[in-house]
Design a protein around this ligand. Structure first.
Ligand code: ATP
Ligand code: MG
Length: 445
C-alpha cells in the first residue's frame, strides 16, 4: 500500500478522552473512531489488525478440530426465556422490539442459540463430539464502557461451544480449548496466563481465564512467578490425544494463578514468598465447562449407545478478539507509539523514502515495494512529500516492526537501511538483501 493512496488519519495531539496507552495510540494511529460510547468504527489500519487476529483464531480453532459457522447478532427473546436467562441477564442486555412487537435482543453471547441449532439437528451419540464456533459481534450495555476497545459495548468475540456425550469427553474438549488458546495467544506474540476463575452468570465448575499482565488491566491477579517462564513453543499437538492435552493443562495450571474472585490467601501462602506475585491483568479469554445446564433447560438430548435419551455435556469458550487489539498494544508500545509483534502487524514492513521525487530514491523504493510484494509480503510505502522526521514519526506511531529507509546518500553506496522498531537497531545492506531478510523474518510466522 502506498501511503498517499491509503486512509490513515493520524492525530498529532493526544486525545483528551483516552486514559490508557492503547486507547490513546489507537486513536492517534487512526485505527478506530468512536461512533458512540463503547461503539467504534474500525478504520483501515485497525481493521487490518482485527483481521490478522481473526485469521489466527480461525486457524488455531480449526487446527483443534473446531468447526466455524456464523450465527446472527440479533436473537429472538424466546430462546432466552427457555433457558431462564432473559430475566436473569439484566440491563447489560440490549432488548429490541421488531415491527411485529416481537421481543428480540442483540446477543451478548450465544449459548441458547447454539443449543437450539444443536437440538434441531443432532439426536445420536454418533454425531458427537462436536465443537462449533463463530467470530461475531456482541453487545453488552456495560455500565462503564471505557479504555476504547478494551471495554466496549459492541465488541468482537470468538465464542465456541462443545457438545459431548459424557463429562469426561467434555473435559477433553475443555483441555483442547486450553491448549489451542495457549497456541493462539503465543502466535500473536502475547503471554496470556490461564488462571483459575469464577463461573459468574454463565455458571460452571471448571473455568479458566486467560490474562495478559498489564498495569492497566481491570482484574487483580495472584500467581507464582514460575508460571511466567512457561512457553508453549512450537510443540506438535494431537488434539485427539486425551492424555497429551491433559498433560498440557496440568503443566500450565498446576502452579498458583488465580483472579481475585477465587484467590485464597491460605493456599497462596504455600508458594515460596520470593515467587509470590500480585499484579493486574487484562482478561483476553475464558473457557468453561458447565455440564448440562443448557441441555437440561432446553432439552438438548441425544440417544446413547444403550438407547437412553441423555442431555449433552457442554462448555463455552471465548476469546476477546477486539479487546486483544488493545491488550496487544498495552503489552507492546513505547513513548513513540505501538510496536506490533510480527504475528499481528497490519503491514509487514514500512518503506520510507527520504527524498521523494529523487529519481534514484523513487526507483529504489518502487523496486523494494515490488520485491516485497513478490515475496507475499504487504509493505506500507510512505511516498508522501514530507520531511524525513515526519515520516519516521508516523512509522514509529503505527508501529510496523520493520522499516526500510531509502535515501540518495545510501543508494550511492548501494545500500538501504533496515531498522527494527523494537530495538531501534539499524543495519545497512543492499536492497535485495533487505527484502531477503524481511522475507526470512516472516517465513516462520
Ligand atoms: P469482563 O469480566 O471483562 O466483563 P466477561 O468475563 O464478562 O468479561 P466473557 O463472557 O468471558 O466476558 O467473554 C469472553 C471474552 O470476551 C472475555 O474474556 C473478554 O476478552 C471479551 N470481552 C468481554 N466483555 C467485553 C467488552 N465489554 N469489551 C471487549 N471485550 C470484552
Ligand atoms: Mg470472562
Amino acid at each position: 500500500m502506498r501511503l498517499t493512496r491509503y486512509f490513515l488519519p493520524v492525530l498529532r495531539e493526544n486525545p483528551a478522552e483516552a486514559q490508557i496507552a492503547s486507547h490513546r495510540l489507537m486513536l492517534r494511529a487512526g485505527m478506530i473512531r468512536q461512533a458512540s460510547a463503547g461503539i467504534y468504527s474500525w478504520l483501515p489500519l485497525g481493521y487490518r489488525v482485527l483481521q490478522r487476529i481473526q485469521q489466527i483464531v480461525h486457524e488455531e480453532q480449526q487446527r483443534a478440530g473446531h468447526i466455524p459457522l456464523l450465527m446472527p447478532t440479533l436473537q429472538p427473546a424466546d430462546l432466552w426465556q427457555e433457558s431462564g436467562r432473559y430475566n436473569a441477564y439484566g440491563p447489560e442486555m440490549l432488548r429490541i422490539r421488531d415491527r411485529h412487537e416481537r421481543d428480540m435482543l442483540y446477543g451478548p453471547t450465544n449459548e441458547e442459540m447454539i443449543t437450539d441449532i444443536f437440538r434441531s439437528a443432532v439426536g445420536s451419540y454418533k454425531d458427537l463430539p462436536l465443537t462449533l464456533y463463530h467470530i461475531q459481534w456482541k453487545f453488552r450495555d456495560e455500565v462503564r464502557p471505557r479504555f476504547g476497545v478494551m471495554r466496549g459495548r459492541e465488541f468482537l468475540m470468538k465464542d465456541g461451544y462443545n457438545f459431548d456425550l459424557t463429562k469426561e469427553d467434555a473435559l477433553h474438549a475443555y483441555n483442547r480449548h486450553l491448549v489451542s488458546y495457549l497456541r493462539t495467544y503465543e502466535r500473536m506474540g502475547l503471554k496470556a496466563i490461564p488462571m483459575r476463575a469464577d463461573g459468574g452468570p454463565i455458571g460452571g465448575d471448571y473455568t479458566h481465564e486467560f490474562l495478559v499482565l498489564a498495569e492497566t488491566g481491570e482484574s487483580e491477579v495472584f500467581y507464582d512467578s514460575e508460571i511466567t517462564d512457561l512457553t508453549f513453543g512450537d510443540r506438535t499437538i494431537d488434539y485427539d490425544d486425551v492424555a497429551q492435552c491433559q498433560a498440557v493443562l496440568e503443566e500450565f495450571t498446576s502452579r498458583y494463578a488465580r483472579t481475585d474472585e477465587t484467590h485464597d490467601e491460605a493456599v497462596f501462602a504455600e508458594v515460596p514468598e520470593a515467587r509470590r506475585r500480585s499484579a493486574r491483568g487484562i482478561e483476553v479469554g475464558q473457557i468453561f465447562y458447565f455440564g448440562t445446564k443448557y441441555s437440561d433447560a432446553m432439552n438438548a438430548v441425544v440417544v446413547n449407545e444403550q438407547g437412553e435419551r441423555v442431555p449433552v455435556h457442554m462448555g463455552s469458550h471465548g476469546i476477546g478478539v477486539s479487546r486483544l487489539v488493545g491488550a496487544l498494544i498495552e503489552a507492546n508500545h513505547d513513548e513513540k507509539g505501538i510496536i506490533w509483534p510480527e504475528g499481528v502487524t497490519p503491514f509487514h514492513c514500512g518503506i520510507v523514502n527520504l527524498k521523494q521525487g529523487d529519481e534514484a530514491a523513487d526507483g529504489a523504493c518502487d523496486a523494494l515495494y515490488a520485491g516485497l510484494k513478490a515475496k507475499g509480503l504487504d509493505p506500507l510505502y510512505d511516498d508522501r512529500n514530507e520531511r524525513a522526521g515526519a515520516k519516521f514519526a508516523t512509522m514509529d506511531l503505527i508501529g510496523l516492526p520493520w522499516r526500510i529507509t531509502v535515501g540518495p546518500r545510501g543508494l550511492k553506496n548501494g545500500v538501504v537501511e533496515l531498522t527494527s522498531r523494537r530495538t531501534g537497531e539499524s543495519e545497512e545492506m543492499p536492497p535485495e538483501a533487505a527484502i531477503e531478510r524481511v522475507a526470512q523474518i516472516y517465513a516462520g510466522i
